[in-house]
Design a protein around this ligand. Structure first.
Ligand SMILES: [Zn+2]
Length: 389
């Protein structure tokens, strides 16, 4: 099923005049509206508790956005289906109508019971809308590789990663942040916390960047140098097409490790909550930006802050660029520890060297474990052979 999905919709040219662009807008907007309508219908289980006060406060604005999405999807779907005879336009139209049926009921701002578990469907929809509106035009106007299609090879797989990481936000927090928080809060009278919190917010923000980038630099380095860790990180490097969506391709084991290592100093040093919140938004957006297909070079800034040019070289499959540029935000760490590579031209070929990593989401999940499973199988078959003898 997913193989067929990828064969049909990956590497797809959205050329004008055939109703493909309008069908694309219609179908993608309709899917978002469907998710949005489901969030309106089942807010207790599908929305993020931290965002619920925002929905209650600006209920009309969110409801209007859903209606506007349905109208846009219907309009483009109708144009594609009727004027261009494109069947995907018709599908978009049908999906928009389902979203309208689900979302057009009289739904009031709900009083929500707090349930122990939830899925962040709202977080998925909101971030996807914002990022698509920012990055699709940005990559369209300032593309580093103008030949690369929006629906390039691997986008279906990467979209699954994007959805999984956003919908499963509670699971990730639970598995990484909670144990650290519990551990830190049980350290009696941590003397560092008052010292850190006495500083101005802007200074705490810079310190947080420096400290977390230092720890993640070494984790990233270990992921390249230690074979066991590399097998998980190789999934991220398997993409051969860089764009904003490629940043999502991360094995869950890597996500958990990075969250754990990054969160540890945040809690240990006790940075102010608003600083941590601002940092998380900033660094998440920055991580997507450095993967994007843009040609900006930032002549002087590129040695101070990691840029797309800097990080694209990290993903390059050219020999001199292998195992270089580990820093997520501060390239100075790579300069100090002699792992920097930034020639005068831009990187152009990406991907892993010497590994054939499968394309599907599920196969990529099992790939790092395969070697160990095969070893166990071999051992069992050997021992049964000995018994037979
Ligand atoms: Zn890497």
């Amino acid at each position: 099923m997913t193989d067929q999905l990828r064969a049909k919709f990956e590497n797809l040219e959205l050329n004008a005049g055939l109703g493909k662009i309008s069908a694309f807008i219609s179908v993608s907007t309709a899917f978002l509206c469907l998710f949005g309508a489901l969030c309106f219908l089942f807010p207790s289980v599908l929305t993020t508790p931290e965002l619920r006060p925002l929905y209650t406060q600006h209920y009309d604005a969110f409801y209007f956005s859903l209606m506007a999405g349905i109208v846009i999807s219907t309009g483009f779907g109708a144009f594609s289906a009727i004027a261009r005879q494109n069947r995907y336009g018709f599908y978009g139209l049908c999906l928009a109508l389902i979203a309208a049926v689900l979302g057009c009921g009289v739904i009031k701002a709900p009083v929500l019971p707090s349930l122990p578990f939830y899925a962040g469907f709202d977080y998925f929809v909101l971030t996807l809308v914002i990022l698509a509106l920012v990055f699709i035009p940005l990559e369209g106007f300032f593309a580093k590789n103008p030949e690369q299609k929006i629906l390039r090879v691997g986008w279906v797989t990467d979209m699954k990663y994007f959805m999984f990481s956003h919908v499963g936000i509670q699971l990730f927090s639970f598995l990484t942040v909670m144990p650290i928080q519990y551990w830190i809060t049980h350290i009696p009278n941590n003397p560092i916390v008052p010292l850190v919190q006495a500083q101005p917010i802007w200074l705490q923000f810079i310190e947080l960047l420096i400290v977390v980038d230092f720890t993640t630099y070494w984790l990233h380095c270990a992921m390249h140098e230690v074979n066991f860790l590399w097998r998980f990180h190789a999934i991220h490097h398997s993409t051969e097409h860089m764009d904003w969506l490629a940043s999502s391709r991360l094995h869950i084991v890597e996500v958990l490790m990075t969250r754990f290592i990054a969160t540890l100093p945040i809690f240990l040093l006790g940075f102010h909550t608003s600083v941590v919140f601002a940092y998380l938004i900033f660094i998440s957006f920055h991580a997507i930006f450095i993967h994007s297909n843009v040609r900006f070079r930032f002549p002087y800034l590129r040695w101070i802050i990691a840029t797309p040019e800097f990080h694209h070289w990290h993903h390059s499959s050219e020999k001199p660029a292998i195992d270089k540029n580990y820093a997520a935000f501060i390239p100075l760490y790579d300069v100090i520890f002699k792992s920097v590579y930034m020639p005068n031209h831009l990187a152009s070929v990406y991907g892993t060297v010497g590994y054939k990593i499968p394309n599907s989401f599920v196969k990529q999940f099992t790939w790092p474990f395969k070697r160990y499973v095969n070893r166990i199988k071999k051992r069992f078959s050997n021992s049964s052979d000995i018994k037979k003898d």
